[in-house]
Design a protein around this ligand. Structure first.
Ligand SMILES: [Zn+2]
Length: 264
């Protein structure tokens, strides 16, 4: 975790080694949001645009990202990934990208954003081809392999899976992601023995979304030693992160964001 101007961001050392890469996973600290959203929330649904804009500005300043270029999408737990370009620049609040849970670009100075609060945020970069992605992987997106769809879209944009670095950000951990039999059955059908499901109590199972997303990335050709997990459970660490389950939905939104700075 890194602190700048009172704003804390979760970083990934492997990403820090890339000089032109700008990115970060947000925490709750350093913003202007109030009440259950205090203080660094990015939910336009819950608060006035001015407050959320100010939080975006602060996050962008602390992480040297271009606020005016952000691409936000309307996430609906799909496995849909869109390739975006300069025509999407600063198409933020209007959320023209409907039913899109992942974004990919090869364009510089374009900030890709995904929103989470327990769901898994993934940031991907191919440092050779200069292609990046931001992905929201809830349990549905995970089972439907949205991480693999993002890798495919990155390949379309010029990336090579074996060069991709992936960061799995703060999200609900195997310690707290409990599901019922129906959801457990979907994970079992998708991942088989590679993803052990621990029966926690009668008909309730603990699922490791971090491992599940790693498995999807491995299948897509990303090398194991290029996949990094923050190992931060948002439920356990609800003081620092928004957790949907811990608060029964009374919470703000975190973001994961990534951009490539031009002319470096
Ligand atoms: Zn936990």
């Amino acid at each position: 975790m890194e602190e700048k101007d009172g704003l804390k961001t979760v970083k990934c050392r492997a990403f820090d080694a890339i000089p032109w890469l700008r990115y970060g996973f947000s925490t709750r600290h350093g913003g202007v949001s109030l009440g259950e959203c205090a203080s660094l929330s990015f939910s336009y649904q819950k608060e006035a645009e001015e407050l959320v804009d100010e939080n975006f500005r602060r996050f962008c300043n602390a992480n040297a990202m271009p606020f005016e270029s952000l691409v936000l999408t309307h996430q609906t737990h799909t496995a849909n990934v869109a390739i975006v370009n300069n025509s999407h620049r600063n198409r933020g609040r209007d959320r023209t990208l409907r039913e899109t849970d992942g974004v990919v670009t090869a364009a510089e100075d374009l900030g890709l954003v995904c929103f989470t609060a327990d769901c898994v945020p993934l940031l991907l970069v191919d440092p050779q081809a200069k292609v990046i992605a931001a992905v929201h992987a809830g349990w549905r997106g995970t089972v439907q392999s949205i991480a693999a769809n993002a890798v495919k879209a990155m390949v379309q944009a010029g990336a090579d899976p074996k060069n991709i670095l992936a960061a799995i950000g703060p999200s609900i951990g195997p310690c707290h992601f409990e599901v019922g039999q129906e959801v457990a059955a979907e994970f079992a059908a998708r991942f088989g023995e590679k993803l052990p499901l621990k029966e926690h109590r009668a008909d309730h199972f603990m699922v490791d979304l971090w491992l599940a997303n790693r498995l999807v990335l491995l299948e897509a050709g990303v090398p194991n030693d290029r996949i990094f997990t923050a190992n931060i459970c948002t439920y356990c660490n609800n003081f620092d992160f928004y957790s949907h389950r811990y608060t029964n939905g009374r919470r703000g939104s975190l973001i994961a964001a990534i951009a490539m700075e031009g002319d470096v």
